[in-house]
Design a protein around this ligand. Structure first.
Ligand code: FE2
Length: 363
């Protein structure tokens, strides 16, 4: 966004799910999120219930519909569990709405003020790819725990965190030949710059291929890689996503940690499933990435992936899909200077994804 409308961060990511109570428990028990806030029948809502969980700067809202005709229920019926809202913290939500809509954004809802005894917020929203939306959150005059309308959620169950710190980037999958249009939306409407692009020659394996453009705002706190499928011998993992999500949508949220070995070990202990990385990956990795501070045996034991760019290196690993449909997943990332997204790992990653696709019979 232009200098006059800075985005200071990701306020929260909202998932529309089939059962918010159980989803919230999963994010607490498996990922170490802490309970923060709640809204539902008890707070006067009629059609939905939301549990808000937090880990350092990462805030997730898990929302489920309470009635068959709720917008949430309909979204979940079509897409399965998935990300509906990527909320962005802005200085002025009215101006963010007016300016983006003037530049061609489709409105989702008009600016509105909400307040309680802790102050006021202004919210507005525009549509992005698929059925996902961006809510602009102006909360500089609000001191409550989350947003007006939510009450504090304080269950006895508060498992330890796993060292997750902030949202590093959020990837969107879009349809065939739609990447340029969506990247153009982030450039022309949101004022983002293109960091990098990959084509199918960079990101392909024997069977699958994709193209990607990475769009970022001016302070680089918001990074949105946009993927589209490319022709391969068999079905691309992006196509599999599109088939099961029934259209474009957010593919993964990358969460940063400052100690990936500790974080991955904790997540594995709590039952989070990660993509399998072949042994052979570690035979050539030192050659590819050179000297790194971490103990390679430890990285291999936890199946952590390593990549390097001209600024440094990064450590990352991807979960398996976190719902029944093979759609949304998480990335855990620990940047040691690198500003890229692990292009060198795509081949290793895709080979492991394809083995799983093969197991599901959808390759
Ligand atoms: Fe990523």
């Amino acid at each position: 966004m232009s200098q006059s409308l800075p985005i200071t961060g990701t306020t929260y990511v909202e998932f529309y799910v089939g059962n918010a109570k159980q989803a919230a428990h999963y994010y607490q028990s498996a990922f170490g999120f802490q309970p923060l806030a709640y809204a539902g029948l008890e707070t006067g809502l009629k059609d939905r219930t939301s549990y808000v969980v937090k880990q350092d700067k990462i805030v997730f809202v898990l929302t489920a519909g309470l009635t068959p005709d709720s917008e949430v229920t309909e979204h979940q019926k079509l897409h399965g569990d998935g990300v509906k809202v990527i909320a962005l913290t802005v200085d002025n939500a009215t101006q963010s709405f007016t300016e983006t809509v003037k530049k061609g954004a489709k409105p989702h809802f008009e600016p509105r003020e909400e307040s309680d005894e802790n102050g006021k917020v202004v919210l507005s929203a525009i549509k992005t790819y698929g059925d996902a939306v961006h809510i602009f959150v102006e909360n500089k005059n609000y001191n409550g725990i989350f947003l007006p309308g939510y009450i504090k959620w304080e269950p006895d169950y508060q498992p330890e965190d796993t060292g997750l710190l902030f949202v590093d980037h959020i990837v969107g999958n879009v349809g065939w030949n739609e990447m340029d249009e969506v990247a153009g939306f982030y450039r022309d409407v949101m004022g983002f710059d293109q960091l990098i692009s990959f084509d199918d020659k960079d990101i392909s394996t024997e069977y699958t291929a994709l193209k990607s453009k990475v769009m970022a705002n001016d302070n680089m706190r918001i990074k949105f890689p946009i993927n589209e499928p490319a022709k391969g011998l068999k079905k691309s993992q992006i196509e599999e996503y599109l088939d099961f999500y029934i259209g474009p949508g957010p593919q993964h949220v990358a969460m940063a940690t400052a100690d990936i070995v500790k974080t991955i070990a904790a997540l594995r202990d709590r039952g989070v499933d990660f993509l399998e990385v072949p042994d052979a990956y570690y035979e050539t990795v030192s050659e590819r990435v050179g000297e790194i501070a971490e103990d390679m045996d430890q990285l291999k034991r936890h199946r952590i992936l390593i990549d390097r760019d001209d600024k440094g290196y990064l450590l990352q690993l991807f979960t398996k899909p976190v719902q029944d449909r093979p759609t949304f997943f998480f990335e855990i990332i620990d940047r040691k200077g690198a500003e890229s997204f692990g292009k060198g790992n795509f081949k290793a990653l895709f080979e492991s994804i394809e083995r799983e696709q093969g197991n599901r019979g959808t390759l």
